[in-house]
Design a protein around this ligand. Structure first.
Ligand code: NAD
Length: 160
């Protein structure tokens, strides 16, 4: 727990919480800050798989960036966090979503979620930000970087 204590024991031995939540257990105790009330009408058989990347990614697009209808977005990486970013961009009405990933195996699902253009930086002869600017004619309205690399963050800033 946040105060260093634990609520779990096994055969008398203290067990520490996993990531302060231990949500793989049937019952758990979590800090109040880790609890979010969900809509009573939400289908439990679908939402139980939603984890932190959905709130992080979707929230980044919808609440933090406030993506606007008709806008153009670029999303660096097409894994878990960015899949939620893409869903947030699409739900906000973005008309063009450019996805960047070095693993082209991620492209089909990304397209199914709403990515309109997929780029593999390994196949490009120019820096990604230059290619993105050429594709859009100017720049993108919103750039998201979820890889966590300084190099791709610079590409994100450069695409705007
Ligand atoms: N999933 C979470 O909830 C969560 C929570 C906290 C932090 N993070 C961090 O966020 C980052 C992304 O997490 P994720 O769950 O989306 O990861 P993921 O493994 O699902 O996806 C990462 C993607 O990044 C791509 N990639 C790696 N290097 C790249 C590069 N140089 N250029 C373009 N694409 C590149 C990979 O091919 C992969 O598709 C990680 O650093 C992770 O530690 C994730």
């Amino acid at each position: 727990m946040l105060d260093g204590t634990s609520r779990f024991t096994c055969k008398g031995e203290k067990i520490y919480h996993s990531f302060r939540t231990s949500t793989f257990t049937e019952y758990t105790v979590v800090p109040e800050i880790s609890v979010v009330k969900i809509d009573a009408a939400a289908p439990m058989d679908k939402i139980y798989v939603i984890s932190c990347e959905v709130a992080t990614g979707y929230g980044a697009a919808v609440h933090s960036a406030k993506v606007t209808p008709g806008s153009t977005c670029v999303v660096f990486e097409l894994g878990r966090i960015s899949s939620a970013i893409v869903m947030g961009c699409k739900a906000s009405g973005a008309s063009r979503i450019i996805g960047v990933d070095i693993n082209e195996g991620k492209f089909p699902r990304a397209r199914a979620l709403g990515v309109t253009d997929c780029l593999n930086p390994s196949n490009l002869k120019k820096p990604i930000q230059e290619v993105v600017k050429e594709m859009t004619g100017t720049s993108v309205d919103f750039a998201f970087e979820a890889i966590g690399l300084a190099e791709t963050m610079v590409c994100g800033f450069g695409s705007q």
